[in-house]
Design a protein around this ligand. Structure first.
Ligand code: C2E
Ligand code: CA
Ligand code: CA
Length: 512
């Protein structure tokens, strides 16, 4: 049955996908949470690092500013008189590299050279206060930060060695990258001064500006740091995630297996040909000769024994397996009875039960054509029984289906008639041939007046509509006599024969 194999493969594919998803989802969710957590940790890191760097640089600048403060009163005085005072500051203050006096924008006295002459441009200084230089004539390759303090025409310049600055960048920003920015220039941890735009950090960028001096600090991490951080910090959590993934995947798998088990079990049974036809004779009302048989499904379960159809047909309908199951039943019936059909005198009625699932497409037409093809032409009438409990919708496709079935000579019976509510219009629309009176009404013959009244009405109605009538569940002579007296054409029930397996039915057939 290629159709079923295909369905099964599709189902198994879906199961694998669902199992994989139920295992992967918690892992992916966990990874996302860990990723966000790692990003947060890195952001905290750069924030603390930048704060610490600001503190350190302010401490150094305080040192330089104090030297300038002390020297300011000397600015304007003769260089020879004050140069020792300049040198004293350089010696006493750990971060001060040189001190210089300015008068009228002219650097005229330096701690290193004494008398000196150099123009000073206050525009070089950010906010008039700080200038980050890549070097000076004495040490052209060493960065230095110049602090400018001025009052009127007098001023002091004190310088801070870039070596101290880059040291702070290196030591504090051990994990993060750290930069010191002063106006348009910035210093990196390798001691180099750059005057291009400050670079952007891909991860956890944090920029803090000093509230006391004209500088800022930028901290951050290069691309990919979040994953690197996760790899180095979270291995135990990864193992836990994997564990959860496996547990959740297994739960998903088990739940699916449980949910899918009835239809899987039936699929297996279908492939193992465990669904077999039983045959119950239907007799003529007048002479009680066998006029046909209803095919009733049985499940020959390897462990449970013979299973009644009402226990598994609802599952089969629900899972859509009823269509291939019925097809198999029809094929088995044709194989069993086909070879005998030449010996039937008069057309033998074979009834098959169908459901709403059969009416969703036109497949049933082919199944019926194949079935009829197994019998001598005209020797068999195929009757499809549709229960009144679940009436089918008259849609385009169903009307087309019943038209094609009619063209094939297939007949339609409404099963369990009296228990549902089919209208006259419905009976006409689907060109119904037989009504099968539900056994509950037959059982009430001689017991309940009201039920008998309904029974009488059904018999009358079918006569008026020119429909054949079959009474089901005939168990007693009294019922049989009553129904015959009222002109019921066909009778079915334990009184005439129970549903029986194929070989037994074939044996009995020759006696009737
Ligand atoms: P149904 O189509 O109304 O079939 C008649 C049921 O009444 C059968 O039960 C039959 O064994 C039982 N029966 C016949 N004569 C008597 C009698 O004198 N007294 C009593 N008490 N019962 C009698 P079964 O075979 O157990 O089937 C039960 C139901 O399962 C069927 O009711 C039908 O609705 C469904 N079924 C059976 N085979 C198939 C099938 O191949 N396809 C579908 N779709 N449904 C099926
Ligand atoms: Ca039936
Ligand atoms: Ca019935």
């Amino acid at each position: 049955m290629p159709l079923n194999v295909k369905n099964r493969r599709k189902k198994r594919g879906t199961q694998i996908v669902v199992t994989a998803l139920s295992g992967l989802l918690p892992v992916l969710l966990g990874l996302v949470i860990l990723y966000l957590q790692a990003e947060r940790a890195l952001r905290q890191n750069t924030e603390l690092t930048a704060e610490e760097a600001i503190r350190q640089f302010e401490l150094m600048l305080d040192n330089t500013a104090q030297a300038a403060q002390e020297l300011l009163p000397l600015a304007g005085q003769n260089c020879n008189d004050v140069k020792l005072a300049l040198r004293e500051q350089v010696t006493r203050r750990p971060f001060v590299r040189s001190t210089n006096l300015v008068s009228d924008n002219n650097l005229y006295c330096s701690s290193l050279f004494g008398d000196y002459q150099e123009k000073v441009d206050p525009g070089d200084y950010t906010q008039g206060k700080l200038w980050l230089m890549s070097g000076n004539p004495v040490t052209p390759d060493t960065a230095l930060l110049v602090y400018r303090l001025s009052e009127g025409k007098q001023g002091v310049l004190t310088t801070l060695n870039g070596y101290h600055l880059s040291n702070v960048l290196r030591l504090i920003g051990r994990k993060a990258l750290l930069l010191l920015q002063v106006g348009p220039h910035w210093l990196s941890a390798d001691g180099k001064v750059h005057d291009v735009a400050l670079p952007d950090f891909a991860v956890a960028q944090n920029k803090l500006t000093s509230s006391r001096y004209a500088f800022a600090v930028a901290a951050g991490f290069p691309e990919g740091e979040t994953w690197r951080y996760m790899r180095s910090e979270y291995p135990p959590l990864f193992s836990l995630l994997m564990f959860f993934g496996v547990v959740s995947g297994s739960i998903g798998h088990v739940l699916q297996m449980r949910a899918a088990s009835p239809s899987r079990e039936m699929q297996r049974a279908l492939e193992a040909a465990e669904f077999v036809p039983y045959f119950q004779p239907v007799v003529h009302g007048n002479n009680k000769q066998w006029s046909g048989a209803e095919v009733l499904m049985r499940w020959k379960h390897p462990k449970e024994g013979l299973v009644r159809p009402d226990l598994f047909i609802p599952f089969a309908e629900h899972s859509g397996l009823i269509v291939p199951m019925t097809r198999s039943l029809m094929q088995q019936t044709a194989t069993l009875l086909g070879p005998l059909s030449a010996s039937f005198d008069g057309p033998f009625h074979i009834s098959i039960n169908i459901t709403a699932s059969h009416c969703r497409n036109l497949e049933l037409v082919e199944d019926c054509r194949e079935f009829l093809g197994a019998f001598a032409p005209g020797n068999v009438h195929l009757v499809l029984e549709l229960t009144e409990r679940e009436l089918i919708e008259p849609t385009d496709i169903t009307l087309q289906l019943f038209e094609q079935l009619r063209a094939l000579g297939v007949m339609i019976a409404i099963d369990d008639f009296g228990t549902g509510h089919s209208s006259l219009g419905y009976l006409r629309q689907f060109n119904v041939d037989f009504l099968k009176i539900d056994q509950s009404f037959v059982a009430m013959i001689g017991v309940d007046a009201l039920s008998r009244h309904i029974l009488d009405s059904i018999i009358e109605l079918s006569a008026k509509l020119d429909l054949g009538i079959v009474a089901e569940g005939v168990e007693t002579e009294e019922q049989s006599d009553y129904l015959t007296a009222y002109g019921v054409n066909f009778l079915q029930g334990y009184l005439f024969g129970r549903p029986m397996p194929g070989p037994e039915f074939i044996n009995a057939l020759s006696d009737h």
